[in-house]
Design a binder for this molecule. Sequence first.
Ligand code: HPA
Length: 272
Amino acid sequence: MPRIAIIGGSGVYRVMDERKSTLVDTPFGTVEVFLGNLSGEEVAFIPRHGENHEIPPFKVNYRGNLYALMELGVERVIATNAVGSLREDYPPGTILIPDDFMDFTKRRDYTYYDGGEIKVRGRVIRGVVHVSMTPHPYCPEIRAAIKSASEKLGIELVDKGVYCCMEGNRFETPAEIRALRILGGDVVGMTGCPEATLARELEMCYASINVVTNYAAGVGGNVKLTQDEVAEIFSKRIEDVIALIEETIPLIPKERACPCSRALEGAVITKK
Ligand code: HPA
C-alpha cells in the first residue's frame, strides 16, 4: 500500500520508469493511478494533466484524483506546480515551497461535503464540513522534509511563499498580476487549488514544490508569455525536482504528528 503519492504538474509526466497502471473507481469517476518504486518504497503517481498533457487546469478531476489516492491508502501527497513569479528576486528556475495560498479560481468543484453523503476513511459523512486551513495550509511535516532534502542535495530553494491560483486557461493580465502583488502573493499558477483543500478534507497531508518557469505578466519587464518558455525552463529543472522528491520521501515521518491527519476532528457540523 503506498503511503506517499506524487501529483506531477506541467513537465512531470513520469517519475518512475517501472510502473503499473491501476484504475480506481471513485464517486467522481474512474481515475488512473500509476504505482511504482521510488526511494525504496511503493509510491503512487498521477500526472495531473494526463500523460500527454491533454487536460486543462479547469478540467482536472481534482476530487477524483485525491479520492482515488485515499482509496489506495495514501496519507501524504507531494505535488509539483509550474508557476509564474510575482517577484523580480525569484527568477525563472527558482524552486519555492509555498506555506500559504490564495484561491482565485471560479469554476471548480471545491469540496467533498456538498450537502450529500460521502465515505471517508470508512466513515460515512453527511452534510456540511468546514476544515481549518490555519495555521498550516500545507503540511508542515512534508515541507520540512523537502527543506532538509534540499539542504542534503545542495539544491537552493525558497522555503516559503504565497501561491495564488488563477482560473486560466489564459495567462494573467498585467493588472491582475499587480493586484496579486499588492495582496501579498509570491507566485501564480492554475492548478494548486482546490487540490490542497480537497486533500485536507480527506485528512491527507499535502505540500507542493513550485517551479518558477517565467516572470508573471508585467514582472521584470516581461512582455510576452509563452507556453514554450514554461516548458523549456521546467525541463531544465526537472532532474532537480525528481532528485528532491526522491531525497524527500525517506525523510517524511512514518507516523503523522501534523494537524492534517486530524482535519475532520471538530469540522463536521451536520449532526445526523
Ligand atoms: N501564470 C499562471 N500559471 C502559470 C504561469 C503564469 O505566469 N507560469 C506557469 N504557470
